[in-house]
Design a protein around this ligand. Structure first.
Ligand SMILES: [Zn+2]
Length: 362
């Protein structure tokens, strides 16, 4: 769907050591975000499911010039009655992607070079994105490379529950970094409490679970709100001090738990812990201030898991752990991450106040 072919060029020091075409999936997360935004703005009906038309155009690097790309302008386009040119399609939204959005694809290309024995595992590699115009007709001759992945053509109506969004948010506290125009996310405090208890119980080992809940839409407006109603511990996850892997048994377990709850909830994301106190226990205290592990973060492995398992634009991730304060003492924290224009960023949320007089779960 692009008049350009995007390629990742890999360099060791200043020597070019390999290249890899950027697959159409590289735009998938951003397109998913644009499409969800169009549904939230009422520009696309949720029943329509997946869009089929988009365009990606390079913004040339001002210093290096063509073919070096500084960013990619992505545009989501509406459908036309016939197979008309994209100029006839109404734009539904767009965004500018900086090249670090394609970091995971560059890592894949680097791993391929390491596997082929052309690069040492520890060698430092930098990547640049380049783009070449595709001649008319060439695109038709290579439909597989140019077309969006086929799974996008399967319509997936969003399961939206009609609710008053102002009533849901009425007594909720606004938390986390605010972002312009992000989908409102509502968390129940018992979800954070249960995750914190499990994090403390797991000691120096990572632990985690699945966040489940509902998507709401106000009958009076197009905005969508995600409500996390519960967490289901990943009882069969494989965990170590610095990794967590959801096994196939985890998904079976979660599907059974959702069926037992019988509330029509869907998987909205996941949570996991970063036991930094254990990681940094042997380090000299003064070094902790400069150590990225002693701060809140979303690792490359976390990004890959989220991208693979939670690609939906409304999917969120909660991270709990310890981080070091400026006075070198530790504090507990929890951060929420979510998709923002194809990238994973810390995001804000609304914390529901627990009703007085008892343990209430929605
Ligand atoms: Zn992590």
């Amino acid at each position: 769907m692009s008049r350009f072919r995007f390629v990742l060029e890999l360099f060791r020091e200043s020597a070019r050591i390999g290249h890899a075409p950027l697959p159409p999936e590289a735009f998938e997360a951003a397109l998913e975000c644009l499409e969800f935004e169009a549904v939230r703005k009422g520009r696309l009906p949720p029943e329509l499911g997946r869009r089929a038309h988009w365009s990606a155009a390079p913004v040339w690097d001002s210093a290096l010039g063509e073919p070096f790309v500084a960013a990619v302008e992505l545009e989501l386009l509406g459908a036309t009655a016939g197979p008309g040119p994209s100029a006839d399609r109404a734009p539904l939204g767009g965004c500018r992607l900086c090249t670090h959005t394609f970091q995971l694809f560059a890592q894949d290309a680097v791993h391929a070079l390491v596997r082929a024995g052309r690069l040492g595992a520890e060698e430092r590699v930098v990547y640049r994105l380049v783009a070449y115009a595709v001649a008319p007709g060439e695109e038709a001759a290579r439909p597989r490379a140019a077309a969006a992945p086929t799974f996008r053509t399967v319509p997936q109506p969003l399961p939206l529950e009609p609710s008053r969004l102002d009533a849901l948010l009425a007594d909720a506290e606004v938390c986390g970094p605010p972002h312009d125009d992000e989908m409102p996310l509502l968390l129940w405090p018992h979800v954070l409490e249960e995750a914190a208890v499990r994090t403390a119980a797991a000691g120096g080992v990572e632990t985690g679970g699945i966040l489940v809940g509902r998507l709401h839409r106000d009958p009076r407006g197009p905005e969508i709100l995600a409500e996390v109603t519960a967490q289901i511990p990943a009882r069969h996850a494989r965990a170590g001090s610095k990794h967590l892997e959801f096994t196939p048994e985890t998904w079976t377990d979660v599907a059974q738990a959702l069926a037992l709850r019988g509330a029509g909830e869907l998987m909205l994301g996941w949570w996991h812990s970063h036991p930094a106190r254990t990681w940094c226990g042997d380090c000299e205290p003064a070094r902790r201030l400069a150590c990225p592990l002693a701060r809140g973060f979303f690792s490359a492995a976390d990004r890959r898991l989220h991208q693979t398992v939670f690609p939906r634009a409304y999917s969120v991730a909660l991270v709990l752990g310890d981080r070091v304060r400026n006075d070198l003492t530790w504090e507990r924290y929890h951060d929420v991450y979510g998709w923002s224009r194809g990238d994973l960023q810390p995001r804000g949320y609304h914390l529901k106040h627990a009703p007085k007089g008892g343990n209430h779960a929605p």
